[in-house]
Design a protein around this ligand. Sequence first.
Ligand code: AMP
Ligand code: FE
Ligand code: FE
Ligand code: ZN
Length: 284
Amino acid sequence: MLKIDLHTHSNHSDGTDTPTELMHQAQKAGLDIIALTDHDVTSGWEEAAQAVPLTQVGLVRGTEISCAWHGITVHLLSYLQNPENVALKQAHEHTIRSRQGRAKEMVTRLGEDYPLTWEDVLQQAPKTKLDGPIGRPHIADALVAKGCFPTRSDCFETVLHPRSRYYVKHWSLDPIEAVELVRAAGGVPVIAHPRARMRQKLLPTKVILEMAKHGLAGLEVHHRDNSHADREFLIEIADAYQLLITGSSDYHGTGKSNRLGENLTKPSVFEEIAQQGELEVLLP
Ligand code: AMP
Ligand code: FE
Ligand code: FE
Ligand code: ZN
């Protein structure tokens, strides 16, 4: 059976592998197909695509779109969308600009209590530098490099937590609007880790149902951040609303402990996504 992992990150967002390294890691992990889903950017696609023949790993080109519903963060995976779609591109650009301002404000606040400067954070920024999706992981890496905390996770549990006084929000798309934008761009929208409780408040089920009415394709049920009970609950929703059930690692290289292939998507579900998407899956 094909081994398919539909959620990974490179250093074009907050992963630590280059797209080429990511493809080689996928080969080493025995995967047949992966999706590269960097936060709010498609800039890693080309490099990953070039590694397909060499690694014999198939590539689904995608993104993970930062959305929020009344202050609750929602991550929407988009697969196989046209990257030149104007509305989606504008939304990504708006998000990235807002992420910049927000990160600067967080660094200003943190700088009052820690020896941290904007230059330190820029050194950890995504490969795409100033036009990349800068986020809390990069601030965490700068704090770790400065010796303020031992790991990224220690930062997330303390100074970078949404309840911390250093935390600042950034502009995000509404998730229902995002589903429509992704579909209009020929993409296939799937909610990432829909029940990641430890991060913050849960998205109300009524919003998931509303997203389903507007074209949502699936739910990422098999993800380490969804508990066993939550997975059962999500499977019930998926069955009731004819949503696809995916499973993925959300690999970030050394940035998180998630291992490539720790959760997989069934080939039949992958086929359905491939059929719905505007772009081709790049096969070796
Ligand atoms: P942001 O979008 O800037 O608010 O940052 C959120 C990102 O931080 C998520 O996409 C995760 O990849 C990452 N993240 C969240 N919690 C942790 C953690 N405990 N350790 C490492 N990375 C994390
Ligand atoms: Fe991330
Ligand atoms: Fe996510
Ligand atoms: Zn992710």
